[in-house]
Structure formats: C-alpha cells, structure tokens
Design a protein around this ligand. Sequence first.
Ligand code: PBG
Length: 325
Amino acid sequence: MNELQFKRHRRLRSNATIRAMVRETHVKVEDFIYPIFVVEGENIKNPIPSMPGVEQLSLDQLKTEMDEVVALGIKSVLLFGIPLVKDAVGSEAYHDHGIVQEATRLIKEGYPEVMVIADTCLCEYTDHGHCGVIEEGKILNDPSLDLLARTAVSQAKAGADIIAPSNMMDGFVAAIRKGLDEAGFEDIPIMSYAVKYASAFYGPFRDAAGSAPQFGDRKSYQMDPANRLEALREAQSDMEEGADFIIVKPSLSYLDIMRDVKNEFNVPVVAYNVSGEYSMVKAAAQNGWIDEKTIVLEILTSMKRAGADLIMTYHAKDAARWLAE
Ligand code: PBG
C-alpha cells in the first residue's frame, strides 16, 4: 500500500505557546470605542432593558462611568445624547449647551487624554425621530446638511476630538468638512458612517436613545442590506469628500463588506458592533446557552480579521477586563 501524503497543520496548534506564535489577529483594548448615552436631567442611571449592562446616564453620573472606562484602559468614547425637549428641526443637537456638548466639556476637563467622538445625527433630537428635516412626509437632503454642519461645529467647539456623522444624507461629509474648516477646526477628523445599512439590528439602540422614527422607516437614506457594490460607492464618495475613517455598520452580518472596504480604501476602517448584536449575545448568555466571554472575544476577533482597525462596541468594558486577565 502507498504511504499517505498529507500536510500536518496540527503541528502549529499543538500547544498554547505555538498557537500564540502563529496567531494572525489580535484584539487589544486600544481597538475599542465605548458608546455612552448621556441624558439631560439629574441623578439618572436608567438601565436599558434590551441592553443589559448599558444605562442612560445624567452628567452627574458620567464621572463614575468615566473613572471605570479609564481604569480599564479604554481610550475613546462615542457620545449619544438624549435631550429633554425634541422639536421638528432637532435644535438641541446644535445647541451650544446641548447634552452632548456638556458631556464633552465634562470629559475633556476631567479626562483630557480620552478621545471624545461625537455622534452627529438629528434622530435623537427630532420629534419625528428621523435623521433629517421633513416636509410633507419626505426626509429632505440638502436642508438637513446645514443643520448637521452646525451640529458638528458646536460639538467641536465643546471639545470633541472626532466628529462621527451617522445620518446618511448625501453630502454630509462635504458639508461637515466645510463647516469645520470655516470655523477653524481643520484638524478635527471625520469618522464617517459611510456604509450604514437600514438594519433591524439597531432596534435596542432606538430604545436606548429614544430615536425610533415616528412614521415610516429609514430605507430612503440607509442602505439596502442586499447590496455590496453600493457600499463601495458610499465609501468612495465619503473618501472624496474628506472622510478620515470609514465605519461599516452593523458588523456581524456585514463582515464581507468590511473586508471589501478595507481592501479598497486606504483609511482606518471602524466596525460598529451594534446594539442588536450585543443584545443577542447578552440574552443567550443570560439563559446560559452560550459562554459569553469566549463568544464576545471570538466576535471581536472576527471583526479585526475582516479588516477593522477599531471597534465600536458595548462589550468594551467587559472585553477590556477579559483581555487583562
Ligand atoms: C443614529 C444612530 C443609530 C445608531 C447609531 N447612530 C440608529 C439608527 O440609525 O437608527 C445605531 C447604533 C446601534 O444600534 O448600536 N442615526
């Protein structure tokens, strides 16, 4: 009988040390961007039922949260604001003393080394819950751009280090870049939610941010989950308009898109591990159906392997703890 000829792949897996030597992808605490929901009011620490471990925090509670974040070695946070009053044009988004602006001041004062990334959108601030202004049931593109640019400038004035526009109006990077430059903020980078799908995975976030659309859906501005080439067109135009980072969102069902974007464009790629992805893991873990720690680290690794340089994730604090073990 002929001798069998085959390759022994198991040689490189035989013990933990050799596995570590040949490991191709590493998740580090420096990769994480931790989303925080800041709410107007006092003494508020509101748990989000669909996102165990995540809370809406008033400014007086933010210090404790930041102490924890910093102690864990997390270097950047992403701020979402929940205002007391909403109106048709989202005025609180660009109010110089709006909730995100005040949270930014507080963080930059107490923790100057932490990167504050401001989510720039209108949906948390409009009474109709859409990301742009509305006329006769239509979400208007160009009039929304002025408001977004105003929001970005006001966030930069408050000390935001990076502007992250998420509203998916066409031209938002161009409008925000122009607005920032004219206001003297040419050094503030734009982390664009260039590739953002109209996804059911945002469900729990809309509870957390109180930003569910009051009529219709976001399909006329966010992308169709069925499309791949469109993601490259979106990323391309944002690059031309001056994006410094490209976000792909959601992550888990879109790892193919993340890899495409990484291969195509020479900027840091950011994965947004969104609320619904987090909630699914939490729910299964609470039922004892999965091993949370191993699953979370596997998920975060898959995003890095798909090409993400940074990961926005609600798991950041837990993952930071696990990585330090
Ligand atoms: C605002 C915004 C959303 C998310 C981030 N920024 C919600 C949406 O577009 O409806 C979702 C984040 C998450 O699900 O964790 N436009």
